[in-house]
Design a protein around this ligand. Structure first.
Ligand code: ZN
Length: 354
């Protein structure tokens, strides 16, 4: 459960903080063994490898390695997105839930970006590059609260699990997005992930959509959500000692111990933007292979995604508009996907975060 992490300046100039989560589930997907990555992870993309900024709330942990704190990882993450409130069905955000679900989380698997997470294991094995979108829902059956509190998240997940009959295991992630325009001023960070309540399987996370110091743009929301996803996959126990005094959790640095620096936290301040219908922010993640923050590990490889046999995260995201026009500002991302394509073709402009 980490809390926030990087300040990011969005294209709209807003500042935000991110977090991530993840999950898994059973899987259907059969993914080939992950190709060994290599030293070329950084040489392939000079903008995609960065050293931690060591600023902000990550100061204490930025020079420390991540290690497993007697916890576990999610081996086959399965993600469910819950967009809470009818506000997601109207206005400029109305197409966003489907886009974030299908074009981003639905196409993570097999990507070199998601492959970064395969470097994190527990006694039973690594996080596999086979993340699956379990489903998503715009929930209008329970009125969205006028003042959104973190304590509303787990009950909302419980209601959705019951309503949709969504299965949950330890590999399952639920990410809740309160509708834009509601009062989210009581939240202390822009996103957070943690375990579901006692007796419930999987992880919970939320992403602020209307908090003044967070990036509530579509781009910002994706960045926070991917941050929480990656961290929940590698540190599903999370750890917020103020909530749950325990030393058992997943991959993080040791300090500050009550707010561990996790795989995305360590790279706070670095991200990429891509996408077409909506801009998507990808947080750089810590990669032990190159001892740096990176956006990829190895290359993409075929997956069982229907319709898309090869993709990168960029490609996957862009694939949603594969046959549509490219945004003028996305130079470098102009090549259409094709098997075996070099990731450099999808390099997009670097997004400095602060
Ligand atoms: Zn985090």
């Amino acid at each position: 459960m980490k809390t926030s992490i990087g300040l990011v300046r969005s294209g709209r100039g807003r500042i935000l903080v991110l977090l991530v989560t993840a999950l898994l589930g059973c899987g259907m997907a059969v993914v080939p063994a992950t190709p060994a990555a290599a030293v070329s992870d950084c040489s392939l993309d000079p903008y995609g490898c960065q050293t931690p900024k060591c600023g902000s709330d990550q100061d204490a942990g930025c020079n420390e390695s991540l290690y497993l704190h007697n916890g576990t990882v999610q081996h086959n993450p399965r993600i469910y997105l819950i967009f809470w409130g009818s506000g997601w069905n109207s206005g400029p955000d109305s197409g966003y839930p489907a886009y974030l679900a299908n074009e981003v989380f639905g196409k993570l698997r097999g990507t070199a970006f998601n492959n970064i997470l395969t470097q994190y294991s527990d006694a039973s094995g690594p996080v596999n590059n086979d993340a699956v979108l379990g489903g998503y829902d715009v929930d209008t059956s329970t009125a969205a609260p006028g003042v959104f509190l973190e304590s509303y998240v787990n009950p909302e997940i419980d209601r959705e699990v019951a309503k949709k009959s969504w299965p949950a295991t330890d590999d399952t992630q639920f990410i809740v997005f309160p509708q834009p325009g509601t009062d989210q001023s009581q939240l202390t960070v822009c996103g957070r992930h943690y375990m579901r309540s006692l007796g419930a399987s999987g992880t919970a996370a939320w992403v602020a959509s209307s908090k003044s110091d967070c990036d509530g743009s579509e781009s910002g929301l994706s960045g926070i959500a991917l941050h929480e996803y990656a961290e929940a996959a590698t540190d599903p126990q999370g750890l917020d000692a103020s909530w749950l005094p325990t030393n058992v959790h997943g991959w993080a640095t040791d300090d500050p111990h009550n707010d561990p620096v996790e795989v995305a936290d360590k790279c706070e301040g670095w991200s990429y933007e891509s996408g077409s219908t909506y801009t998507v922010t990808q947080p750089l993640l810590w990669s032990p292979a190159v001892n740096a923050c990176t956006i990829m590990h190895g290359k993409d490889y075929p997956t069982s995604d229907p319709g898309w046999s090869y993709h990168t995260v960029y490609g996957a995201i862009l694939a949603g508009d594969r046959f549509g026009p490219w945004r003028a500002d996305q130079r470098g991302a102009l090549d259409r996907l094709r098997p075996g394509v070099d990731l450099r073709r999808y390099q997009l402009r670097r997004k400095p975060l602060r």
